[in-house]
Design a protein around this ligand. Structure first.
Ligand SMILES: NC(=O)c1ccc[n+]([C@@H]2O[C@H](COP(=O)([O-])OP(=O)(O)OC[C@H]3O[C@@H](n4cnc5c(N)ncnc54)[C@H](OP(=O)(O)O)[C@@H]3O)[C@@H](O)[C@H]2O)c1
Length: 289
């Protein structure tokens, strides 16, 4: 059986990626916090400790390495910049050096936040990144380490993730709708919401069928956070007033790109069907919630 190492396996995306590979691969899941899934081999490990990663690969001899672990609190990253860079940049360097040494193909997941959002149309894979916050910069440094150190790699950028078992916008809206009569949501940022289940499926397809390189993977279509919130409430038949506001009224620590739509250009050029529309994916996610 083929073997795959997955970092960040207890995270929101990690859970789905693990499930999508489980039937045909031996999974070695890495995270800083425990997981209660006994069908995989779990290894408690901190990716900022380079020797631990370095020692692990020859013991497992994996076919692929999927690197999802990250510092993901975008606002806190402005205050804890060093911690964020240690995990997202240095952690990714550690993983890349180990993969280089043992010639293991690496898939690294990155973000729409590597772009400044000023292009005015969807970003292509080889458009120039220009991050405008610490999280985006740290993930971009991660990309640079991957590209500088490896030949066998895929960088997959995605955006606005929602899915089971993680902090995400959809769950936040549902939670707030239970205790607030009115929601104030920004309408001056647009992007593509993406279901972790669909992204996990695409990750497996890329590893098994696509050439090395950079890929943008999101659900089809796009919206503002305001439209996204309205759609969640409409699908759950919740009658709540949603007021559109501007980003600077929120006074958040981190700036966000205004328009971070990602064209899934390389995916389509590879002959793959575009992922389903985000509303269809959202409907499935909300069933049973
Ligand atoms: N969420 C989004 O909208 C989005 C969009 C585009 C790209 N991404 C990328 O997708 C990936 C997964 O995101 P997610 O939303 O699933 O994140 P998540 O739920 O925060 O999962 C990340 C996991 O990595 C773990 N981790 C953090 N530091 C670690 C370390 N030093 N060593 C080992 N594990 C560590 C985290 O543990 P703790 O929780 O204990 O820190 C967590 O379990 C990330 O690389 C993220 O940058 C996310």
């Amino acid at each position: 059986m083929r073997k795959v190492i997955i970092t960040g396996v207890s995270g929101m995306l990690g859970k789905e990626v693990k499930d999508v590979f489980k039937s045909d691969y031996e999974i070695y899941g890495i995270d800083v916090k425990e997981i209660d899934d006994y069908s995989i081999e779990f290894i408690k490990l901190d990716i900022t400790k380079k020797d631990e990663i370095y020692d692990l690969i020859p013991k497992i001899n994996p076919d692929y390495f999927i690197h999802l672990a990250a510092y993901t609190d975008v606002d806190r990253a402005e205050i804890e910049m060093e911690k964020c860079f240690l995990v997202n940049a240095i952690g990714t360097r550690n993983v890349s050096i180990a993969c280089q040494r043992f010639d293991t193909p690496l898939l690294y997941i990155s973000t729409d936040y590597v772009f400044d959002g000023k292009k005015g149309s969807p970003y292509l894979e080889y458009d120039n990144p220009n991050p405008i916050n610490s999280y985006g910069m740290s993930k971009y440094w991660g990309e640079i380490f991957v590209r500088d150190l490896l030949q066998k790699f895929w960088i997959v950028r995605s955006s606005w993730l929602f899915g089971e078992g993680g902090k995400n916008f959809v769950d936040t809206i549902l939670k707030l709708s239970k205790r607030q009569p009115l929601l104030r949501i920004v309408d001056d940022q647009i992007g593509s919401p993406t279901y972790t289940k669909d992204l996990a499926f695409a990750i497996r397809k890329i590893i098994e069928e696509a050439g090395f390189g950079i890929y943008h993977i999101t659900n089809s279509g796009y919206c503002s956070w305001y439209e996204f919130a309205n759609e969640v409430l409409k699908m759950k038949k919740k009658k709540l007033e949603v007021v559109p506001i501007k980003s600077d009224e929120l006074h958040r620590e981190a700036k966000r790109p205004e328009d971070s739509r990602l064209e899934n250009f390389m995916w389509k050029l590879s002959g793959f069907k575009p992922l389903r529309d985000w509303k269809e994916a959202l409907k499935e996610y909300l069933e049973g919630k």
